[in-house]
Write a protein that binds this ligand. Structure first.
Ligand SMILES: CC(C)(COP(=O)(O)OP(=O)(O)OC[C@H]1O[C@@H](n2cnc3c(N)ncnc32)[C@H](O)[C@@H]1OP(=O)(O)O)[C@@H](O)C(=O)NCCC(=O)NCCS
Length: 139
């Protein structure tokens, strides 16, 4: 198992992984999300590759102030084995190399159990409320 940068051929396996992990919402077209990410810091879009099979993903970015991580997912039958930790470690190494001082993660309402995962990795609630405004409707 190794963490590597996303390749074009990973697109469908990654989308399948996200769907199975419950990360795709009607207002997000995952293929468009990938197309956009390929245009901006694509080297921060990572997958966990086990002998050619995509078993995890993390999509990160640095905006000059904070790093952000999205689409953190591990295949259900591979969870609890450190794959998520490995992906996040590589994200942090890459963000730090860019001078990024802090990483933020947004956990959707209803997905609070995943907070335990982030807690184990040293992420703390920072008292901020996530707000969003859609600029391009994908759904
Ligand atoms: C969250 C997720 C990525 C974790 O991946 P994973 O490979 O199972 O995590 P790891 O095995 O690397 O676990 C790292 C640490 O977190 C802990 N952990 C992971 N999932 C946990 C859970 N559901 N509850 C409590 N602790 C958890 C592990 O015990 C481990 O702790 P340790 O290393 O200190 O012993 C995976 O469960 C997943 O894909 N969930 C569905 C998608 C999702 O909700 N993504 C997050 C979007 S914000």
């Amino acid at each position: 198992m190794r963490v590597r940068e996303f390749r074009d051929a990973d697109e469908q396996p990654v989308v399948d992984l996200w769907r199975a992990a419950g990360l795709v919402r009607p207002w997000n077209d995952p293929h468009r999300d990938i197309a956009r990410k390929k245009q901006v810091q694509r080297e921060l879009f990572l997958v966990a590759d086990d002998d050619g099979a995509v078993v995890g993903s993390a999509m990160a970015g640095y905006d000059g102030h904070r790093g952000w991580v999205y689409y953190v997912a591990v295949a259900e039958d591979r969870r609890g084995a450190g794959v998520g930790r490995l992906l996040m470690a590589e994200v942090e190494v890459r963000l730090l190399a860019l001078g990024c001082p802090k990483v933020n993660v947004q956990v959707r309402s209803g997905n609070e159990p995943v907070a335990a995962f982030y807690d184990r990795l040293g992420y703390e609630p920072d008292g901020a409320t996530g707000l969003g405004k859609r600029l391009i409707a994908d759904g």
